[in-house]
Design a protein around this ligand. Structure first.
Ligand code: DLL
Length: 434
């Protein structure tokens, strides 16, 4: 591996030996447990109820004795009750809306923003961004962490940021053309929307300097990766994160291998558990990702249950980074549907739909209750005008593919071109009518 293949923003940290990573984690986890227990009433009582104290942690495995933290803990302590630093010392709040009730509020002091900025710079470099690049940042700015997270990271890396945010897609195409960005940051569904609008405007994005797409914030499949690489003429890499832990930049895929996201183990401790039994699952097996922050100050998180389903891999990576990888997030535990006994995530169906002839890569799940049964209708979109006979035949074909690959029986409706709503941020994949 040479420097022209990959630029390591933080070479020493990104290539630490396993022993050094674990030694660092042991020291840092102790500080975090002490800070959380001493400064946040929720943790004081949760640790006491579980009969554990920060001093009980002698090895990393001892972390399993500590209680999990879940999203409702944040909601129950709304808005500032989980903070370990006085509100006056914080310089930023973000919040995620969620579908019901109060938003989840997260806070950062200056040290936290510096950490986030550095980890985003590291993540962008890992994905193939280079100092001097123009970065077109189409993640939403505002309470969502995507826009500002990518913005600060790209500036720290030494890039020229175009803070365009989501929406106004025609103008995005003009700016991509006129400014010549090398890097596009967006959700994968919004990147697809940009490609479609560009084609309508007669702009072939493949002719532009675009070379790297840093796509995340929602589940997506390798099939969609191939489609985006083809339509935008770039290399598409995955980026992961969540507000409760940091924002984007918790883990990032390298452009060298494009084979899962390096999880930044010097700042977070990653576990995977069986969401039913809450027991650990071994590396390589699918489970719910649980994350503990090691260096966050204002909002330390102990064993936070992300609800995201993935696998961890400790296989060495061609890029030279030593941090274990999170393999593609297949979906959120709470997005999983059980249709006639079969577990199904939207991204599994996406992988079937993308690339099918006659079908555009836009889709939505409609979930209904049919007596005791949950029923699924998959709305897909024709890629050109289709008569009724062709539509019926295409629907039967798609239904057959979904049944044979995902194993689930569903109704399929082939809609008109443009009928499935387009995304400007996180795509809404499921309409639950139950
Ligand atoms: O989505 C942070 C982010 C912004 C990540 C920009 C990447 C790029 P939240 O709004 O709190 O934060 O949503 C976090 O989004 O628990 C996952 O369910 C999902 N998610 C994030 N990245 C990915 C990804 C941001 N690469 C929730 N693949 C997480 C699949 C993802 N799901």
């Amino acid at each position: 591996m040479t420097d022209d293949q990959t630029f390591l923003f933080d070479r020493a940290a990104e290539t630490m030996s396993r022993e050094d990573i674990e030694a660092l984690q042991r020291t840092r986890i102790k500080d975090t447990l002490t800070r959380a227990h001493g400064k946040v009433a929720h943790y004081t009582s949760a640790f006491d109820a579980a009969g554990v104290q920060p001093d009980d942690l002698k090895t990393l495995d001892d972390l399993r004795r500590f209680p999990f933290t879940v999203k409702t803990d944040l909601r129950d302590n709304y808005p500032f009750g989980m903070f370990a630093e006085p509100r006056e010392s914080l310089i930023r709040l973000h919040a995620s809306s969620g579908t019901t009730g109060k938003p989840t509020v997260v806070g950062y002091n200056q040290a936290d923003i510096d950490l986030w900025t550095n980890l985003m710079a590291r993540s962008l470099a890992c994905g193939g961004a280079l100092p001097g690049d123009i970065v077109h940042n189409a993640y939403g700015y505002g309470l969502f962490t995507g826009g500002l997270g990518a913005h600060y990271g790209a500036e720290r890396l030494g890039c020229t940021v175009v803070p365009v945010s989501g929406g106004g897609t025609e103008r995005q195409v003009i700016l991509l053309e006129d400014f010549g960005a090398r890097v596009l940051c967006a959700t994968p569904s919004y990147a697809l929307n940009i490609a479609e609008v560009a084609a309508r405007q007669g702009v072939d994005l493949r002719d532009l300097p675009l070379a790297i797409g840093i796509f995340g914030a929602e589940p997506w499949s390798d099939a969609l990766r191939a489609e985006l690489e083809d339509k935008l003429g770039l290399k598409a890499v995955d980026i992961y994160g969540l507000s409760e832990i940091l924002g984007p930049g918790v883990a990032a895929e390298c452009h060298v291998a494009q084979a899962g996201l390096h999880a930044w183990e010097d700042h977070f401790l990653f576990e995977t558990i069986d969401p039913e039994t809450l027991e650990p699952v071994p590396d390589g097996a699918s489970g719910e990702l649980v994350i503990t922050t090691l260096t966050k100050q204002a909002l330390p998180m102990i064993r936070y249950r992300t609800r995201d389903i993935t696998r961890l891999s400790d296989e060495p990576c061609a890029c030279g980074r030593t941090h274990r990888r999170i393999l593609r997030i297949t979906g959120r535990d709470d997005d999983m549907l059980i249709i006639r006994g079969v577990n199904v995530y939207p991204s599994q169906v996406e992988a079937v739909l993308v690339g099918l002839p006659g079908i555009a890569p836009h889709y939505q799940f409609v979930v209904t209750q049919d007596g005791p049964m949950t029923a699924l209708r998959v709305e897909v979109e024709a890629d050109a005008a289709m008569d009724d006979n062709a539509r019926t035949a295409k629907a039967a074909e798609v239904q057959h593919h979904i049944k044979s690959i995902v194993g689930v029986t569903c109704e399929v409706e082939v809609m008109d071109v443009g009928a499935v709503p387009r995304s400007e941020g996180k795509a809404v994949r499921v309409r639950d009518l139950r």
